[in-house]
Ligand binder design. Structure first.
Ligand SMILES: [Zn+2]
Length: 193
């Protein structure tokens, strides 16, 4: 068993030992909202947004982007599980700012080993065959945080399966301070119609 697996299982034993009455929580989020945010390890939505188990849906992916799959989750979140307000939260110093589709595709064509980054950008130093399969994925990179929040709020707002009654709020989480900073034009774009 790997070190990480041992650590995770040990932590879980402690968690389960003090689980209390959380086993009685209902499935629908008690506070009726959802957050779409980045998978970045420095972001803990439960802490930055004050969530306890059972409070809210948190949808995460690289960048916190409004991908087709993120939208699938949000639609299930309101249609079947009753969320009524949504946040899109991107963040400062996001890894998605460090590359483009073109860069990622080239790295993956070169090898399947982990790439490294230096002042001049990403480099593939791996050996072995890569794959051209990366050409078929839109990597949803982030050239500009405020713009990406606005684009994602707009995409969700105008999605034909999203009702106009759900407000969508746009924020950037600052990894240096822990603060959520509103992107006013995104929240404006996400207002109830
Ligand atoms: Zn990120």
């Amino acid at each position: 068993m790997s070190k990480v697996v041992k650590e995770v299982l040990a932590a879980n034993q402690g968690y389960a030992a003090s689980f209390g009455d959380k086993g009685k929580l209902p499935m629908p989020p008690g506070r009726h909202f959802a957050i779409l945010t980045c998978m970045d390890a420095r972001l803990d939505p439960a802490k930055y947004a004050g969530l306890a188990e059972g409070d809210a849906h948190v949808v995460r992916n690289a960048g916190g982007r409004a991908s087709d799959d993120a939208i699938r989750s949000l639609i299930i979140s309101y249609k079947l599980l009753g969320t009524r307000e949504w946040f899109v939260v991107h963040h400062t110093d996001c890894g998605m700012e460090t590359f483009s589709d073109e860069v990622m595709r080239k790295l993956l064509r070169s090898s399947l080993e982990a790439a490294s980054i230096d002042a001049s950008g990403w480099h593939d130093t791996g050996s072995g065959d890569g794959s051209a399969e990366g050409e078929h994925i839109s990597w949803l990179t982030i050239p500009n945080q405020e713009q990406s929040v606005l684009e994602d709020v707009l995409r969700i707002r105008h999605h034909p399966l999203v009702p106009g009654t759900i407000p969508i709020y746009g924020y950037i989480y600052d990894v240096k301070s822990g603060k959520l900073i509103e992107v006013p034009k995104a929240t404006e774009a996400g207002r109830v119609r």
